[in-house]
Design a protein around this ligand. Structure first.
Ligand SMILES: Nc1ncnc2c1ncn2[C@@H]1O[C@H](COP(=O)(O)OP(=O)(O)OP(=O)(O)O)[C@@H](O)[C@H]1O
Length: 331
């Protein structure tokens, strides 16, 4: 298997008696988009600073592209692009000049720099604004220019701290689409820190739920849902044209893979341990019922996030009532 691009082992940072990051283990592979999700004060920025070699861990290690970030911060700086949440540009310089300036600081040869800067302005959709001073730029335009700046030195990894802060919904969508495209086309590894559940859900392959310096859970949305909701992580809602009876529910429950059935007049919600939508539809058709609608149900990240906290805070398994969350989101 390929070596991990980002590897944190037992990473810990204490500020006095406060454990801002507590024995964090994390492995991220090439081309993955990982979402570090947590509330204010969770320890996200502290973790990122340790990854960049800008603050020393109290214990544990952090390796990026094979370089130890604490002992070899300059090697890490060469392969990692970091976009902080508070971007700064030279307001009286144009977008292009800002990129050229940064490129020169990074010792990119002049001819190559001009080509790359123009290409990147095109990639982030700022070609028409290349000659505008950045003082005239909106927040969304600045974020896109920030991304171009981060990509200028052709990093293998980019770390984005709250990249969509203050951008309008259309701008957020465009920005996230761009990140995903870059990751897929160029194998770019992305670590995205955020507390916006929906944005993280849209773009990330894996998510880590990070609270009080600890990673409470980590994995794809499906893995997290299964970890929390166990065997009933799949669901389907079927609407038929005639009212349903308890007999239908009883028979449905006998189908292999069915965990739970809830009837409501002409609507039935079935929690399943596996994807058995075709069998469920065949069941209704076989019983002479016309099916009007079939909607697969997936857990949303907000269900997972909330349930995880409820569970962790009360140190219990998710309460049966939380299973209802299964039927809150329809695709
Ligand atoms: N230099 C510092 N000295 C002392 N405490 C600090 C320092 N930096 C961060 N902390 C504390 O460490 C904890 C984690 O902070 P951190 O900034 O890493 O959280 P965060 O998840 O990035 O939060 P936010 O989303 O608000 O940026 C907080 O309790 C914070 O007050």
């Amino acid at each position: 298997m390929e070596k991990p691009v980002i590897q944190l082992k037992g990473l810990t940072k204490c500020y006095g008696s406060l454990k801002a990051v507590d024995r964090l283990d994390l492995t991220i592979h090439r081309g993955e988009i990982f979402g570090l999700l947590g509330p204010n004060g969770a320890g996200k920025t502290t973790t990122i600073l340790m990854m960049l070699g800008l603050t020393e861990p109290t214990s544990g290690s952090v390796t990026l592209c094979g370089h130890n970030a604490t002992t070899h911060p300059l090697a890490v700086k060469k392969v990692v692009g970091y976009m902080p949440d508070n971007l700064g540009f030279y307001a009286n310089m144009t977008a292009l000049d800002n990129l050229l300036y940064i490129g020169r600081l990074n010792a990119i040869p002049e001819k190559e720099l001009h080509v790359r800067a123009r290409q990147l302005l095109e990639v982030v959709g700022l070609t028409a604004d290349a000659a505008q001073k950045t003082s005239t730029f909106s927040r969304g335009m600045k974020q896109r220019l920030g991304l171009a700046e981060v990509l200028l030195k052709q990093p293998e990894v980019i770390i984005l701290d709250e990249p969509t802060l203050g951008i309008d919904p259309a701008g957020v969508r465009a920005f996230l689409t761009l990140i995903r495209q870059l990751s897929r086309e160029q194998g770019l590894t992305v670590l995205l820190s955020s507390h916006h559940l929906h944005q993280v859900q849209q773009v990330c392959d894996r998510v880590g739920i990070f609270v009080g310096g600890k990673m409470l859970a980590e994995g794809s949305m499906d893995t997290l849902a299964r970890g929390l909701f166990g065997s009933a992580a799949n669901g389907v809602r079927v609407t038929v044209t005639e009212p349903l009876f308890d007999e239908h529910a009883k028979e449905l429950r006998r189908l292999p893979g069915v965990e739970e059935v809830t009837l409501d007049d002409r609507i039935v919600e079935v929690a399943c341990s596996e994807e058995i939508t075709p069998e469920i539809v065949r069941f209704f058709v076989g019983n002479g019922l016309d099916v009007r609608a079939v909607q697969p149900v997936r857990y949303g990240l907000d269900d997972i996030y909330q349930t995880y906290f409820e569970t962790k805070q009360s140190h219990e398994k998710p309460a049966p009532a939380t299973r209802k969350a299964l039927f809150r989101k329809y695709e």
